[in-house]
Design a binder for this molecule. Structure first.
Ligand code: FAD
Length: 437
């Protein structure tokens, strides 16, 4: 007989919504605790700027998200939906294959309405602590507080299971720059950069987009990166964007010296250097730790063996296809909690994790990439599908992801608008009824 659990899901972003749907479908009693006033997490855009943009003050109020106004998705909508609720088939106001962020938020709201998830969510409720009840694995005490009122009482509740879905794009990872930090901002409000000489550190998709945005108002934009083999110099097709190796040092007068020997006098240094995992509210007495952005030990990025299945993490993987990954992890979690899918023993899970760490070491993959899925994203998702008795993904899914990742890596301006929709429509149509291995 299936076991039904009382589950607290922390966060109502993509991961929390996917988890809530799968757990609810499986008959578990779900409460989603969300600190903001609405759902969507990352996709709930807020144009306000953090009071402490470098996030040096742990007590700072985080008002924005990491989205910037001009953001368009970096994946085609075909691989940004859920398996049985495709984004590609749900077009609101923005028909583009790589739509703007408003379209994603609209999709997530529609998803929540379709599956009646809104009634499971307690908005403006921040989880301040989640800890095992003394001596028990299958009982968790969750403390939360209403937001907006400093005097709000902490509410204590007991659940069988806690699912952590708090995202990992709010706590900035700052790289050390020797010398003086001039200023920084994690939200692209263009008026800050009018006529300025801006040094932007980073080479990911956000750095790419933001450098182009900032260049529309700034005098000069200089991109600094530690990526290997970068072409140093002014970018073709851009009158005011330069690319450099990483910053060597910054002197007191604001002179930024790059490792390639060039230098500029900068008004602003802008960090686009990613984010780090952060779970300030989870107390596991050292069972789950964060070391160089490795959260561990986690079996298949979801379960800490000693606390499984009562504590789990959904949405930990980086890159790949976050919506589908969260959906499949959630299906697995819901099945495990109801006893339909069995976990290996603690020892077997630990041994699997150690094997993975060992493989990373042997192949020279740094620890901080523990949760980066590619190049194994499809293998991982198919593994999850197998746990719940579902067939593997269609072949086009992986191919489309790889094509898109390759174009993004090539940093070619305009690639989102040159996507060959007709080609991909034909590929998808040819695989609709086939089971492609
Ligand atoms: P989040 O979206 O961060 O949601 C976490 C939720 O938890 C938030 O609502 C937060 O308020 C809540 N929360 C946190 N702490 C607490 C607490 N203590 N108590 C209660 N609630 C709490 N993915 C794509 O698929 N395609 C893209 O094109 C794409 N572009 C991206 C661009 C940028 C700039 C960034 C930063 C990410 C992008 N991503 C993209 C990845 C994106 O993060 C995922 O799509 C997805 O939004 C992750 O969802 P999540 O639920 O894990 O986290």
């Amino acid at each position: 007989m299936a076991l039904l659990a009382r589950v607290a899901v922390i966060g109502a972003g993509v991961a929390g919504l996917a988890a809530a749907r799968e757990l609810h479908r499986e008959g578990h009693r779900v409460v989603v605790l969300e600190k903001r006033h609405s759902l969507g997490g990352t996709w709930l855009y807020n144009s306000r700027v953090d009071s402490d943009p470098l996030s040096l003050d742990p007590a700072r109020a985080v008002v924005g998200t990491s989205l910037y106004h001009s953001l368009r998705t970096n994946l085609p909508r075909q691989i940004m939906g859920f398996l049985d609720y495709p984004f590609a088939k749900r077009i609101h106001g923005d028909q583009r294959t790589f739509p703007g962020h408003e379209e994603v938020l609209w999709f997530l709201n529609e998803f929540a309405d379709e599956f009646q998830l809104r009634e499971l969510i307690r908005f403006c409720t921040e989880v301040v602590r989640a800890e095992r009840a003394e001596g028990r694995n299958d009982e968790w005490v969750v403390e939360s507080r209403s937001r907006g009122s400093e005097s709000a009482k902490v509410v204590r509740e007991v659940y069988d299971a806690v699912v952590v879905c708090n995202g990992h794009y709010t706590e900035p990872h700052l790289v050390e720059v020797p010398g003086t930090v001039l200023s920084g901002a994690v939200s692209a409000v263009l008026r800050f950069f009018f006529g300025a000489v801006v040094v932007l550190i980073g080479f990911g998709p956000s750095a790419f987009d933001i450098s182009r945005d900032v260049a529309t108002v700034a005098k000069e934009v200089h991109i600094a990166t530690r990526a290997p083999n970068v072409t140093v110099g002014k970018l073709d097709n851009h009158k005011n964007i330069w690319q450099h190796e990483m910053i060597e040092f910054v002197d007191e007068d604001g002179k930024v010296v790059f490792q390639d020997g060039s230098s500029v006098h900068a008004d602003t240094i802008f960090y686009c250097t990613g984010y780090k995992y952060h779970f300030p509210f989870i107390e596991t007495n050292g069972i789950v730790t964060i070391d160089d952005n490795r959260v561990g030990p986690l079996y298949k990025h979801v379960f800490p063996p000693r606390l499984a299945p009562w504590l789990s993490f959904i949405g930990m993987p980086k890159q790949g296809t976050p919506f589908m990954t969260a959906e499949l992890q959630s299906k697995w979690l819901a099945h495990v909690l109801s006893g339909k899918a069995l976990l290996p023993t603690k020892e077997e899970m630990m041994s699997d994790i150690e094997k993975y760490y060992h493989h990373m070491e042997e192949t020279g993959v740094p620890k901080r990439f523990t949760h980066v899925l590619p190049p194994n994203e499809i293998e991982y998702m198919n593994w999850l599908l197998a746990q719940v008795g579902m067939p593997p993904l269609k072949e086009w899914t992986g191919r489309m992801y790889k094509e898109c990742a390759m174009l993004a890596k090539a940093k070619r301006d305009g690639y989102k608008d040159q996507w060959d929709d007709d080609y991909w429509d034909a590929v998808i149509a040819s695989q609709v009824d086939s089971i492609v291995p």
